[in-house]
Design a protein around this ligand. Structure first.
Ligand SMILES: [Ca+2]
Ligand SMILES: [Ca+2]
Ligand SMILES: [Ca+2]
Ligand SMILES: [Ca+2]
Ligand SMILES: [Zn+2]
Length: 679
């Protein structure tokens, strides 16, 4: 996401002296369009088609009627003030409806349109059980990093085609106040995430007017920022694709009087009153009719299920539905379901409706019972184990039992170290490496274009076109027995990266698990300028020299006891630019001096020009399997082969027409180039 820093000045009842200045980032949305992304473009075509058809058929205002959106609020807290009250949640629901309905006499009654969209807390959960639409979960994910966004949704999410999922958290990585998904994105990460101090108008959010969720819900409904793409030229078909929002050159902060673009006719000042600018909560009070049309286009295409009467009935959001006081609903999840003998599972309570007492049963676990909210249970024998939870609130008790919930197995034997991967094979991922690619979209791939740190190929991920912000794509290495190495175990690799904009950056990290993948620990992290090796550019970054590659060295000493460590290299995308990885060595220091042993003189082609008996004589200290590629003078590859250590290789002349050829020998740290002639 774009990391535009801005200041939020808390005003209102605070005197200027007491005013707190906090640095906050943008809502995390403004590079969706810039990234030339497939899903956003596809969605935009859908919206434009809908609007065109609708207008040509009716040639008048679109038919509209009240559309109700069922909402579930997941309060992810760690026992602090971020576990906000039901009243604070209700104050946000009120704010959303005042703003979207332009309710007379409220702060949302500005010069704009009544969007005729209403948000209601769900009264039935996805299984049809009575609920107040609020899920409370105690979890450290309340302060999540970008790469853990998917974990938040895994922790708790209701069918995104039927509910708007809103997450209330303590902090968001980088200090962002909130972020939202756009229509047409992956449904398993659909929704809005907001910091608790920006959610509602009372309690911990008493300095807010609740306009962060109003803004984020605008994105969720397919509306861009008013400053999208700056002034542009055409005020209808560019920018935010909305004719009646005046263009703005940049995000506006505070409540300025400003006219940043003069290509609008008549030329009016920037609409800082619009919920889709970055101006302060207390100067915002409107959506325009054009924005409303986009919302309706979204609700009639990508989000057509959510407001249907059948769904309103199923979620208890139809007018007139009255829920009885809700009974307890027992529900849970856990950080892992498949573990190794001797490891523990962290259970997470998701019971609904203010349950106060819990009775867990863990046959085969240690301990076998618990009354805690979120117990941690150790399993010492192999097998499949059921888990049951009984939850009680003031209206009664509910219980849930899941058979074979936990599977405990013998840890696999790790392969000995060192483990070396230079990405020199044509197959990708190389044998033994597994890709994690949760969205089945853009992920790690073999690259042979960039100037590698070593040899023929490297692993690359294209963040430039990856808009699934926060998604982690991993190269997972095989289970390793770190006890097999007698010296200090270490992991090294090379990377190359450039940003596409100085304001946003992807993340590179290395994670390790010593409990068969149940939990991972971060042992290496780079982002921003610390990750950068090349100049910032909006074109795809291609390393042009082996010297740009940076060197990562990670001590594995704390994990040297593990007989089955799992290591993974993770890219978390922020829509930045290409990230390359090469020359991975897990176990010990790589031989860095190899470059000294192979050089120009290590390769001799004789006789040259070619005869039927020409051989290539390799005398240097080459690596075990070295790739040799032969190109014609037009750069077209005509032949390749591998050779083992030092040897003579016979080149069959029949492969070559008359001409000059370039031979490239890809050694660990260098490419040796030789020329030969066929007459
Ligand atoms: Ca506009
Ligand atoms: Ca203007
Ligand atoms: Ca390589
Ligand atoms: Ca991916
Ligand atoms: Zn935004």
């Amino acid at each position: 996401m774009k990391k535009t820093l801005y200041l939020i000045l808390f005003t209102g009842h605070l005197s200027l002296l007491n005013a707190q200045i906090q640095i906050h980032e943008s809502c995390g949305f403004d590079n969706y369009l810039r990234q030339n992304n497939i899903s956003v473009e596809k969605f935009e075509r859908t919206v434009q088609n809908y609007l065109r058809q609708n207008k040509s058929q009716r040639n008048s205002a679109m038919p509209q009627s009240l559309k109700i959106i069922p909402v579930v609020v997941h309060v992810v807290h760690n026992g602090g003030t971020e576990n906000i009250s039901d009243a604070q949640i209700q104050s946000q629901m009120d704010a959303l409806n005042e703003d979207y309905r332009k309710m007379p006499g409220t702060a949302g009654d500005g010069a704009g349109a009544d969007t005729e969209i209403e948000f209601r807390l769900a009264k039935k959960d996805p299984q049809g059980r009575c609920t107040n639409g609020i899920v409370r979960i105690k979890s450290t994910l309340t302060s999540h990093q970008n790469y853990q966004r998917a974990d938040l949704a895994k922790l708790s999410s209701w069918d995104a085609t039927r509910y708007l999922n809103i997450y209330v958290v303590k902090t968001i990585s980088g200090g962002t106040a909130g972020y939202a998904s756009f229509p047409g994105g992956p449904t398993d990460q659909d929704g809005i995430v907001v910091m608790h101090t920006y959610f509602g108008r009372t309690g911990t959010a008493s300095s807010s007017l609740g306009r962060t969720p109003t803004h984020e819900a605008g994105h969720w409904l397919g509306v861009y920022h008013t400053f999208q793409n700056g002034c542009g030229t055409d005020t209808c078909t560019e920018g935010d694709y909305v004719c009646d929002t005046p263009p703005a050159a940049n995000p506006n902060y505070f409540c300025p009087v400003i006219n940043s673009c003069s290509n609008d006719f008549p030329d009016v000042k920037d609409q800082i009153e619009n919920y889709m600018d970055y101006s302060d909560d207390n100067c915002k009070n409107m959506f325009t009719s054009g924005q409303k049309e986009r919302m309706y286009a979204t609700l009639n295409t990508e989000r057509i299920t959510v407001w249907q009467l059948s769904n309103l009935i199923a979620t208890g959001c139809d007018s007139g539905y009255v829920s009885a006081p809700c009974n307890a609903v027992a529900d849970f999840t856990s950080n892992a379901k498949n573990i190794c003998v001797g490891n523990s599972v962290s259970f997470v309570n998701k019971s609904l409706n203010n349950c106060t007492t819990f009775q867990w049963n863990f046959p085969g676990g240690n301990p076998e019972t618990s009354t805690q909210l979120n117990p941690v249970i150790k399993y010492d024998s192999t097998g499949n184990y059921e888990v049951s939870l009984k939850a009680t609130n003031s209206n009664g008790t509910d219980s849930v039992t899941i058979e074979n919930y936990i599977t405990v197995s013998i840890p696999p034997t790790g392969r000995p170290v060192p483990f070396i991967e230079n990405f020199e094979e044509v197959v990708f991922p190389p044998q033994g490496i597994i890709l994690e690619n949760p969205d089945n979209g853009i992920t790690w791939e073999l690259d042979t274009v960039a100037v590698k740190f070593s040899g023929y190929g490297s692993a690359k991920i294209n963040n430039l076109i990856n808009i699934n912000y926060g998604q982690a794509d991993a190269l997972v290495f095989p289970n390793m027995d770190l006890t097999t190495f007698t010296e200090t175990p270490i992991m090294t690799f090379r990377w190359a990266y450039a940003r596409s904009d100085a304001n946003y950056s992807d993340e590179l990290m290395v994670l390790i698990s010593t409990d068969c993948g149940a939990t991972f620990k971060q042992i290496f992290y780079r982002t921003g300028s610390q990750l950068t090796t090349g100049t910032t550019q909006t074109t795809p970054y291609i390393p042009d020299s082996s010297t740009v590659w940076k060197f990562a060295k990670i001590q594995l000493t704390p994990y040297a006891f593990s007989k089955n460590a799992i290591l993974k290299i993770v890219n978390v995308t922020d829509g930045g630019n290409n990230l390359y990885i090469d020359s991975i060595n897990i176990g010990k220091y790589p031989i860095t001096s190899r470059n000294n042993f192979s050089n120009e003189n290590s390769v001799l082609i004789y006789p040259n020009p070619f005869t039927g008996n020409t051989v290539v004589h390799f005398t240097g200290n080459f690596k075990e399997k070295t790739l040799v590629r032969i190109f014609d003078i037009f750069g077209k590859e005509v032949y390749y082969f591998y050779f083992q250590i030092a040897s003579n290789v016979f080149i069959p002349e029949r492969n070559f027409k008359k001409g000059i050829y370039i031979m490239k020998i890809f050694d660990n740290n260098a490419v040796i180039v030789k020329k030969f002639i066929v007459q």
